[in-house]
Design a protein around this ligand. Structure first.
Ligand SMILES: [Zn+2]
Length: 279
């Protein structure tokens, strides 16, 4: 898991790129244009709250980080992991949304099916977020070995080869008490069975739980229009940015649509945890 922080300068730069590329007259653009400007009626600054707005994305991330830290107050970091599942590749950003709805259902079905066979799965919780990785046709040969094996298995959709492909995936913070992370990986890989489709990474053992949780949430929600090709970071073109984030605006109901929550059955707090808290 790489660390993801975006400086204020980067937020302004990405905001400006979106403003340059989006067609005039869109309500989405007009709202984003005002983001960060002082309101006429109060001392507060206006926030557009658009999924495609780099400034508002970071307010959203910090809210999600606080919620997750509270939610997992009694959980052990040893029972938590970052889960990534590759969900598919499409040639049009608009195609992501119906499929993402179907993928969320498939995920819920998978967890239910696993819980019917092994009860520890009943206690698994996760908060998952949609993320994308666009690449140009001529970049396929430069992708990593695992990505190429995944692409070879699922195939590339029909395309004009001029516009990018969109590999889309979910990143989730998972709490898996009574299961080890390898069991989570192997169970989900039975349902998402393409090569390298499921990846599970335990939290860092040498860091505070709160910092770990914050890192996973920031990574899962990053607003960083950058793809890693041959180990080098390559900025998405402004066209790609406008295309993806405009499709988010058209098809999603704000941040709710890019997020999925699965609530496991809560385990009673162990006596040891309660005693530790009293100190
Ligand atoms: Zn905004």
């Amino acid at each position: 898991m790489s660390r993801v922080e975006l400086s204020n300068e980067d937020r302004d730069r990405y905001h400006a790129r979106m403003m340059n590329k989006l067609p005039d007259g869109l309500a989405f653009k007009e709202n984003m244009k005002l983001c960060g400007k002082p309101r006429l009626t109060s001392d507060n600054k206006f926030k557009c709250r658009k999924v495609g707005c780099p400034k508002c994305r970071y307010s959203y991330i910090s809210r999600e980080q606080k919620n997750a830290i509270n939610r997992y107050e009694h959980a052990s970091a040893f029972d938590m992991a970052l889960l990534t599942i590759n969900l598919g590749i499409v040639a049009e950003t608009d195609a992501i949304w119906d499929r993402w709805v179907a993928d969320r259902k498939k995920m819920r079905y998978a967890i239910r099916a696993l819980a019917q066979r092994r009860t520890p799965w009943l206690h698994l919780s996760m908060t998952a977020y949609l993320d994308v990785f666009p690449f140009a046709y001529e970049e396929v040969t430069s992708l990593g070995v695992k990505q190429k094996e995944y692409i070879a298995s699922v195939g590339l959709p029909a395309s004009d080869h001029i516009r990018p492909y969109w590999m889309y995936h979910l990143h989730a913070l998972v709490h898996h008490p009574r299961l080890d992370w390898q069991a989570v990986r192997d169970g989900l890989a039975n349902h998402f069975s393409a090569p390298h489709q499921v990846h599970v990474e335990p939290l860092y053992r040498d860091e505070l739980k709160g910092d770990n949780i914050s890192s996973v949430i920031a990574y899962a929600n990053k607003y960083q229009p950058v793809s890693l090709i041959k180990g080098c970071e390559r900025d998405w073109s402004s066209e790609w940015m406008a295309d993806y984030f405009y499709s988010c605006e058209c098809f999603s109901d704000s941040y709710k649509s890019i997020r999925m929550q699965i609530n496991g059955k809560i385990l009673p707090v162990a006596l040891g945890d309660l005693l530790r808290e009293d100190k």
